[in-house]
Ligand binder design. Structure first.
Ligand SMILES: *Cc1c(COP(=O)(O)O)cnc(C)c1O
Length: 236
């Protein structure tokens, strides 16, 4: 079994070192523990070590674990996987954040299904930053118009952008797509008062965390470096 408590401490240390090197503050970065494929017990261990933000990719798997962990009151659940339209109600009802919005129809449904008494659902637009045919995410050229559409939906709070770049061998090369995402965010912030409050760059995983911090990541999505290898395959 990997030692989740030690791994979390190591990652916090890395975040501290990397931010200090470039004059950023450690507290400007949220560590999102990506717990897909991990049992509820692993989440509980991370929680006991102080971790509060957890990311899941598959709705059914997430709902089962949320149920098993319902005694842990102050967890923030983030949905980070591809979203099918027929899953939008359960996602809107059971998560605090959604990072993977890439279509207007999905955004509209999430807003419509978000319960009235809940705060607005925090969302990020997923951008297909490397223009990959097979990847989800909106094309760079379409980001602005979708962002403006989402900003006017009543039960969503657009927070920023998310991307999953292709793997690259060096930190310098890894920085390039993250720099592009950062530039896109800055463009959005200045193009309309409705987008001026965007504050989130969801970027950086176990293999490219350093590069993401250098380019301004505010949410790191880290799975295997915290929990070790995933224990079961996906089941949507
Ligand atoms: C699985 C996943 C992660 C975590 O990946 P690791 O390499 O295990 O850190 C982050 N973001 C998304 C969208 C994922 O699907």
């Amino acid at each position: 079994m990997p030692n989740i408590t030690d791994n979390l401490a190591d990652i916090h240390q890395q975040i501290e070192n990397s931010t200090k090197n470039i004059g950023r503050h450690q507290t400007d970065i949220t560590l999102l523990a990506v717990s897909k494929g991990q049992p509820a017990m692993a989440i509980r261990q991370a929680y006991e070590a102080g971790q509060r933000h957890f990311g899941e990719n598959y709705l059914q798997e997430a709902l089962e674990k949320q149920h098993q962990l319902s005694d842990l009151q102050d967890i923030q659940w983030h949905f980070i996987g591809p979203i099918q339209s027929n899953k939008t109600r359960k996602i809107a009802e059971n998560f605090d954040w959604v990072h993977s919005v890439d279509r207007k129809k999905i955004a509209e449904r999430l807003s419509a299904y978000r319960p009235e008494e809940y705060p607005p659902l925090n969302v990020c637009l997923q951008v297909n930053i490397d223009r990959e045919e097979s990847k989800s995410g909106i094309a760079i050229d379409d980001v602005k118009s979708l962002a403006l559409d989402i900003a006017s939906l009543p039960k969503l709070k657009l927070r920023g952008l998310m991307a999953i770049p292709q793997g690259r061998p060096t930190v310098y090369e890894q920085q390039q797509p993250f720099a592009t995402l950062k530039r896109l965010l800055v463009e959005l912030q200045s193009c309309s008062p409705k987008l001026a409050t965007l504050d989130t760059l969801s970027m950086g995983m176990s293999g490219d965390m350093e590069a993401a911090i250098i380019e301004g990541s505010t949410i790191l999505r880290i799975g295997t470096a915290i929990f070790g290898p995933r224990q079961y395959p996906k089941n949507t």
